[in-house]
Design a protein around this ligand. Structure first.
Ligand SMILES: *[C@@H]1O[C@H](CO)[C@@H](O)[C@H](O)[C@H]1NC(C)=O
Ligand SMILES: *[C@@H]1O[C@H](CO)[C@@H](O)[C@H](O)[C@H]1NC(C)=O
Length: 407
């Protein structure tokens, strides 16, 4: 009887007990750079040579990732999104990159990226066309997987536009996952299956995790506080459906980090970095690494915050409660540690005061007798040993977040 109860507790607490895609990849959330939010589908290289989706853009980002410490900080995947393709497949039905914007083809770009210690991500779609209208993979899953493997691709983001029927959508994601496996090349598989299927049926996340290393659930992020809030609200509203499935090799993806762009204030950037770490989200930045402020760079490269995201336990954090304007989230870490965030959703006035009783955390299991508390964001501060009966008085800026770690 007692043994059974214990087993149950372990099953409930351990993340990733569902069988995840067994390709041995993404044991911690993938980190890197993805072009979409910042560069979208800019294909006019005459008018906008420095910002069009071209091999030049990716080579420049690759150089920056190495020179400016991004790779050292853990950002390893350089990812191409939509709009890299030529309008048609070649004579042998193979995909081809746009010959003007990618004159060397994807293989040359992947060699360039690999020579610098980075990995290359690419984009395709389960349906007849990509979202921007380029040729999709439907009907060509094996051929396209083989092509990507030959090019040396390391991650595939697989979108869901123009999928046709629910059967096509689901079979398409399963087929591509198996096609990637058959190539023998280790390719991270990033899906949008739940995002498209949710409108039609209740998604079986256990099954999604068997075929995908990460998956999008919700709409594309944009460079705004409104968008960031909508991701947080949606994720916490449905967290019981998909948080338990997250774990090594299987991640919920709330979409790109937009830190370092135009739309978020400093405090809002802190909120995104803190919450994406709590959510064990893939950390895929979409910004211009050639032109980013010192502050945004330091925030994105904050090692202690990245550790929260990359914690080997692989538990996804969740919202614990909302009290007035404040939201409290927590994420269990390895060896009984805990990450905690408090966000102030008030958009008026000055810093707000939140009284954090440590007994509120992890159903009262956060600290035994006492624990060592460190504030990681917005600035580092050591509280030191704090009794489990203590109440911490936190001041949180409007639309900002305080991120703590309890050991
Ligand atoms: C393919 O799947 C098998 C069984 O799940 C696994 O052992 C193997 O590592 C996979 N190979 C690749 C390249 O993902
Ligand atoms: C969800 O998928 C898993 C794995 O494929 C399967 O074992 C389970 O029966 C499915 N659950 C439902 C409710 O269909």
């Amino acid at each position: 009887m007692k043994l059974c109860a214990l087993t149950y507790v372990w099953l409930f607490l351990l993340p990733g007990t569902a069988q995840s895609l067994r390709n041995g990849l993404a044991l911690t959330p993938p980190m890197g750079w993805l072009h979409w939010e910042r560069f979208l589908c800019e294909t006019d290289c005459e008018k906008n040579p420095n910002n069009c989706v071209s091999e030049k853009l990716f080579m420049e980002m690759a150089d920056k990732m190495v020179l400016d410490g991004w790779l050292d900080a853990g950002y390893q995947y350089l990812c191409i999104d939509d709009c890299w393709l030529a309008p048609k497949r070649d004579m042998n039905n193979r995909l081809q990159a746009d010959p003007i914007r990618f004159p060397g083809g994807i293989k040359k770009l992947s060699d360039y990226v690999h020579a610098r210690g980075l990995l290359l991500g690419i984009y395709q779609d389960v349906g007849t066309h990509t979202c921007a209208g380029y040729p999709g993979s439907q009907g060509y899953y094996d051929l396209d997987a083989q092509t990507f493997a030959e090019w040396g691709v390391d991650l595939l983001k697989f979108d869901g536009c123009y999928y046709g029927s629910l059967t096509n959508l689901e079979e398409g994601y399963r087929s591509m996952s198996m096609a990637l496996n058959k190539t023998g090349r280790k390719i991270v598989f990033s899906c949008e299956w739940p995002f498209y299927a949710r409108y039609i049926k209740k998604v079986n996340y256990t099954e999604v995790a068997e075929y995908c290393n990460s998956w999008r659930n919700f709409a594309d992020i944009s460079d705004s506080w409104a968008s960031l809030k909508s991701v947080m609200d949606w994720t916490s509203a449905f967290q019981n459906e998909f948080v338990p499935v997250a774990g090594p090799g299987a991640w919920n993806d709330p979409d790109m980090l937009v830190i370092g762009n135009f739309g978020l204030s400093w405090d809002q950037q802190v909120t995104q970095m803190a919450l994406w770490s709590i959510m064990a989200a893939p950390l895929l930045m979409s910004n211009d690494l050639r032109d980013i402020s010192f502050e945004s760079k330091a925030l994105l490269q904050n090692q202690e915050v990245i550790y929260i995201n990359q914690d080997p336990l692989g538990a996804q954090g969740y919202k614990v409660l909302k009290a007035g304007y404040f939201e409290l989230w927590e994420k269990p870490l390895i060896k009984g540690s805990l990450a905690v965030s408090v966000t102030n959703r008030n958009e008026q006035g000055g810093p707000g005061n939140f009284l954090l009783s440590l007994s509120m955390l992890w159903s009262g299991r956060a600290c035994k007798d006492n624990c060592f508390v460190t504030r990681l964001l917005p600035t580092r501060h050591i509280y030191g040993y704090v009794k489990d009966t203590s109440v911490l008085s936190l001041w949180v800026n409007p639309s900002g977040t305080v991120l703590l770690r309890l050991d």
